[in-house]
Design a protein around this ligand. Structure first.
Ligand SMILES: *Cc1c(COP(=O)(O)O)cnc(C)c1O
Ligand SMILES: [Zn+2]
Length: 418
């Protein structure tokens, strides 16, 4: 099956059209470019039963993705669980709650595998042999792993103060990792210059229009897993502000081609208080965000001070009737622990941000307690263990004898802390 449904690229600000190439901005007004599809042709080509016969990966929605041929990178990505979270629902005092769990996405345990699968498959179609990215961690892991498996060379630039496990989880794939003494925004600016100078494919820069389309599959899966309909609320973490808009775009596309009846859904954005340009803009009624110069949060994967899609994310939230909030590091840790003890899911700090914001929006009445809520879990807690290391109970240590265990169980002795 090859996708003949792409018409080209289109500026998101002025609508100017461009042929497909490794370019992400309009030469008229520097607006971001996005892929332009022929939805009538897609509507003729797909239906629910056809999709149902395909493997449960992100590629079952291939008609909505911008490749010319079959995917060549990340063919196993996607198809993650939508978990009905009844124990967490009870703890939060709500009735209908689901977790879309990309903490178990293949191969690098975050939703970034979706965007990278599309960007690198497209990079190969366009003839790139060297690829790269600016990253807050998860994108680094995913570009490095998927590039290795595809035989592409990769250069990964990250802020030098990133979590050790995210750097290690990049180096293992033999990517060339460069730590930059600076913020993500400074790293990103440097990558733009490198991409231009050497002609490499940077997934979140000159390949960004293709990258962004991969995020839609998170939304397609939610709708299909709910039985081809959308929930009343989606809560989504925001870094660059791309994912939240792409979930909305996904729901809209499904409605446009007749796969679902109605795409009405309120989108709520979640950020850490130490880097909350988008939620601050929403809360203050600003049309666009004001950059945060020095992010300071344990949710490093969300620490983008000047988000590329900040304007669009704020608009999606506003227009859908949703809201945005931000939460402290303490609230993030507490929410990570709550998710763990109620649902047995270890999410990274970004998941703690999203859950803590969900709780805040419930308390504020922004999300009514009897409505349907999907919380987006986008990354895995094994990558950000330091965030909770000091707040969790340490195991008791005893000798290998029943005599020592019994008082522990019966509460007669304080456990020896390690
Ligand atoms: C990148 C990332 C996000 C946010 O993605 P944007 O599309 O840039 O807003 C959310 N969660 C995790 C874990 C991420 O790595
Ligand atoms: Zn334009």
């Amino acid at each position: 099956m090859s996708s003949s449904f792409v018409r080209g690229m289109k500026c998101r600000l002025c609508g100017q059209t461009y042929p497909i190439s490794a370019n992400n901005f309009c030469t008229e007004d520097f607006g971001p470019l996005e892929i332009d599809y022929d939805y009538e042709a897609i509507a003729e080509a797909v239906d629910r039963s056809k999709i149902a016969l395909r493997p449960f990966t992100m590629w079952r929605y291939q008609e909505f993705l911008p490749l010319d041929g079959e995917p060549t990178v990340g063919i196993h990505v996607g198809g993650t669980p939508l978990v009905k979270a009844d124990r967490l629902a009870e703890a939060l005092g709500v009735e209908k709650l689901w977790l879309k769990n990309d903490a178990v996405n293949f191969p690098t345990l975050s939703f970034k595998d979706r965007v990278v699968a599309v960007a690198l498959s497209k990079a190969k179609e366009l003839g790139f042999t060297t690829v790269g990215c600016a990253s807050t961690g998860n994108l680094a892991n995913s570009v490095a792993a998927n590039a290795a498996a595809a035989g592409l060379e990769s250069y990964i630039l990250v802020p030098a103060d990133l979590e050790k496990s995210k750097i290690l989880g990049t180096s293992i794939y033999r990517a060339k990792v460069v730590g930059v003494r600076g913020t993500y925004d400074e790293v990103n600016r440097l990558c733009t210059q490198i991409a231009f100078k050497y002609g490499w494919g940077f997934v979140n820069i000159n390949l960004r229009p293709f990258y962004a389309e991969g995020s839609k599959t998170f939304g397609f899966e939610i709708a299909e897993q709910l039985g081809w309909r959308v929930p009343q609320h989606v809560v989504c973490p925001m870094a660059g502000g791309s994912l939240i808009g792409k979930i909305q775009k996904a729901f809209g596309e499904l409605a446009k081609v007749g796969l679902i009846a109605d795409a009405t859904c309120k989108f709520h954005g979640a950020q850490p208080s130490g880097c909350s340009p988008i939620s601050t803009a929403v809360k203050n009624g600003w049309e666009s965000h004001r950059p945060v110069r020095k992010p300071n949060t344990i949710a490093k994967s969300l620490a983008i001070g000047d988000p590329a899609d900040g304007y669009f994310a704020a608009k999606v939230i506003r227009d859908s009737g949703g809201w945005a909030e931000d939460v402290s590091d303490a609230e993030i840790r507490e929410a990570m622990a709550l998710l763990g003890r109620t649902e047995g899911i270890f999410a990274e700090t970004a998941g703690g941000v999203t859950l803590a914001v969900t709780r805040k929006l419930l308390e504020q009445g922004r999300i009514p307690r009897d409505e349907e809520i999907v919380v987006s879990i986008t990354g895995n807690g094994l990558k950000t263990q330091d965030a909770v290391a000091d707040v969790l109970a340490k195991p008791a240590v005893i000798g290998p004898s029943l005599e020592e265990f019994v008082p522990l169980y019966e509460g007669a002795a304080e456990p020896a802390l390690v």
